[in-house]
Design a binder for this molecule. Sequence first.
Ligand SMILES: C[S@@+](CC[C@H](N)C(=O)[O-])C[C@H]1O[C@@H](n2cnc3c(N)ncnc32)[C@H](O)[C@@H]1O
Length: 302
Amino acid sequence: MQDEKCKVQNAKRGLKMAQPQAAVLLNEAAVHLGKNGIEEAVLNAQWLLADALGVERLDLLADLSLTVPATALRRFKKGMILKERGLPLAYILGWQNFRGLKIKVDSRVLVPRPETEELAGLAADYLRGLGGPLTVMDYGAGSGAIGFWLAHEFSSLKLTAVDRSAGALSNARENAAALGLSARVRFQRAASVAAIAGRFNLIVSNPPYIPTGAIAGLSPEVLSEPRVALDGGGDGLTVAKKLTADAPARLKKGGALIMELGEAQAKILLALMPDKIWKEKRLFKDFNGVKRFVFGIARGGI
Ligand SMILES: C[S@@+](CC[C@H](N)C(=O)[O-])C[C@H]1O[C@@H](n2cnc3c(N)ncnc32)[C@H](O)[C@@H]1O
């Protein structure tokens, strides 16, 4: 009887137990993360425990009665500490899902966001209408998520992945190799589209677009991502404006530029795209109804 009482008390202690039950551990971890101001505490705890156990999150949820072995518990506790310190979950897990592709991420690159999955989807819609061999530039490629997903979708696609950050390019190279795409990708370190040889059917970009003055107010999680991936200069549009000015000379006749920007920025940028250079200029909304994506087809001959 005394033993039973002990067991219940231990179960209530969750994290402190030698071999706790997953349900008890998850519950305590979620409360703990929540108290420490971590958003989506329940989801974070679930992902961390599934990772520590080496199982899929949904498989873990299907059997929360399982006992967590000591090695998994140690790994889980380590993950919890990193999460409490404000590290993005994707950095702790070492990967981020991007439209079904497992993209390796760490502190060299921005964690790809859901909005960027939408950008990649819009880019694919445009490419689907073209047919034939495709040449695409992912400008500010970071982990390479956008370009690699497109290359994965279109077997005839040749990708040029450009980034000014050597660290980002090394991460992108690792991803291309892991996804079996290296043979179709050219990597180039550059800080300007003008430095890239060739002409493209499409330039797709998620440039850094946070205004410098807003950086200090970002969450610790976002601040642990590379500054070069965030900081878009005074109005947030420094890289985007230069890209828009340089892109037409790198596009094939009728080639397109599509880019992700922040709220209220896309409209400003569209107004900077002259009609004599760009036709079919338009903005696309994201799932939240924010006009976030700028799209333009170059008239060509530049
Ligand atoms: C917002 S991140 C996007 C990363 C990735 N494309 C994604 O969507 O997850 C911007 C990327 O642009 C790169 N970058 C910043 N300024 C640049 C520039 N002037 N030229 C090329 N790349 C740049 C950064 O290193 C970073 O990898």
